[in-house]
Design a binder for this molecule. Structure first.
Ligand code: XIL
Length: 390
């Protein structure tokens, strides 16, 4: 008697479904696998353990789990995270006295759930802060005492809330000009140059165990680097509780030179505080202007010639980027004893602020994972360097 259910047609359908499922499963394995080496998935945080922490800045979508491509990469590859925007003054303290911790609480919970070293970015900065932060209720600029009090309240409230949970803070961000002098921000104008020391003291009062950093860009440029060294020495002489210095690392393919990258790490390490790379990315696009810094307030109009790789990165550029990452990581690993952490500014190329700065709407390729979340040749190069440390 023939079974009415199992006939030729159903066998055919079964084989078809089985084959489709097997193919899908393979695809799934491929998608989830980062880079495979003899079937073994290579994870940045595992490869770099023993050298320095390896991290990424993460955004709001990732924190709330809305980025199904980025979140698994973050969990697998990174053991430290920085809030890309969530903890900046304009988000966490939108009006004087009115704090909004919804995003920052989620950020800290996400990082804790994944057992990560948590970086708060950033307490005192001239950007991404509303004008009202510097004003009284009538719109007049605060005087020195009132401004110090507002800064103290801001720092105590935020650092105090995450006491013992956020491990390190970028206390002051970008206080220097390109020539190494102090930037005449409203902080500087209203309080005077001791605003920096005061910020560190307030952060230390709020959480005596937190690591406290000065963070800036273009510190590979000798005059700015010298300015940073002067600043840290002055802070140390004044007894300020600074524990580390972060060089952001918003690099380009041709610059800064490897020698300057190396010199910055070595000279900073001589200050006797921790040294870290806090915002690494490598811009592959043509320079939009004669400026190599990372001032977020600069904006240049989009033109086609400034966006040459909108349809994909040509092979020769991919190789240049790969080589550049390899060279830079050779320096980092040579000096791993001086470095506590290397953090990328974003996870995949699609996340990067470099698609919109200094020109909005470009297609850039600055990170180790492409827009699909797949590891790029630069990822393999970095892994290769760490696996071959002498
Ligand atoms: C950038 C963010 O990545 C962007 O999303 C935002 O629009 C502007 O700020 N130096 C810093 C970071 O310290 O906070 C900046 O982050 C990049 C430059």
């Amino acid at each position: 008697m023939t079974n009415p259910v199992i006939n030729d047609h159903s066998v055919f359908v079964f084989i078809l479904i089985f084959t489709a499922c097997t193919l899908l499963a393979c695809d799934q394995v491929h998608e989830e696998s980062g880079s495979l080496n003899s079937g073994q998935e290579l994870l940045l945080q595992e490869e770099f353990s023993g050298y320095f922490l390896i991290g990424s800045a993460i955004n709001q979508r990732q924190v709330i789990g809305n980025d199904s491509r980025g979140v698994p990469l973050i969990k697998k590859h990174f053991n430290t995270v920085t809030a890309e925007n969530i903890m900046k003054w304009q988000h966490i303290h939108p009006e004087p006295g009115n704090f909004d911790f919804s995003g920052s609480d989620q950020f800290v919970e996400f990082a804790e759930a994944n057992d990560m070293f948590i970086i708060g970015h950033t307490l005192v900065w001239h950007s991404q802060i509303p004008g009202s932060a510097f004003e009284d209720e009538n719109g007049n600029l605060l005087d020195r005492e009132a401004m110090i009090e507002r800064m103290r309240k801001h720092i105590h409230t935020i650092v105090g809330r995450y006491k013992g949970r956020v491990h390190g803070w970028d206390v002051v961000n970008e206080a220097l000009n390109q020539d190494g002098t102090l930037r005449e921000s409203l902080w500087y104008q209203i309080i005077g140059e001791d605003y920096i020391r005061l910020a560190f003291e307030f952060a230390h009062e709020a959480d005596p165990d937190a690591e406290l950093y000065y963070n800036d860009y273009s510190l590979e440029n000798p005059s700015k680097r010298e300015g940073a060294i002067r600043l840290v020495r002055q802070l140390q002489e004044a007894g300020a509780p600074i524990t580390g210095i972060g060089t952001q690392g918003h690099f380009h393919i041709p610059n800064p030179s490897l020698e300057e990258i190396e010199r910055t790490i070595v000279e900073f390490s001589e200050l006797g505080i921790d040294v870290m790379v806090t915002e690494l990315d490598i811009d592959v696009l043509p320079p939009a202007m004669d400026y190599q810094g990372a001032d977020v307030n600069i904006s240049v109009e989009l033109q086609d010639e400034l966006n040459p790789y909108a349809d994909g990165l040509p092979e020769y550029k991919q190789q240049e980027l790969t080589q550049r990452y390899k060279d830079i990581f050779e320096v980092y690993l040579k000096h791993h004893e001086h470095l506590t952490r290397v953090t990328f500014w974003g996870v995949t190329d699609g996340d990067s602020w470099k698609n919109n700065w200094p020109v909005r709407g470009r297609t850039n390729y600055p990170l180790l994972f492409d827009r699909n979340g797949d590891p790029k040749p630069a990822f393999d190069a970095v892994i290769d360097v760490v696996q071959n440390v002498n």
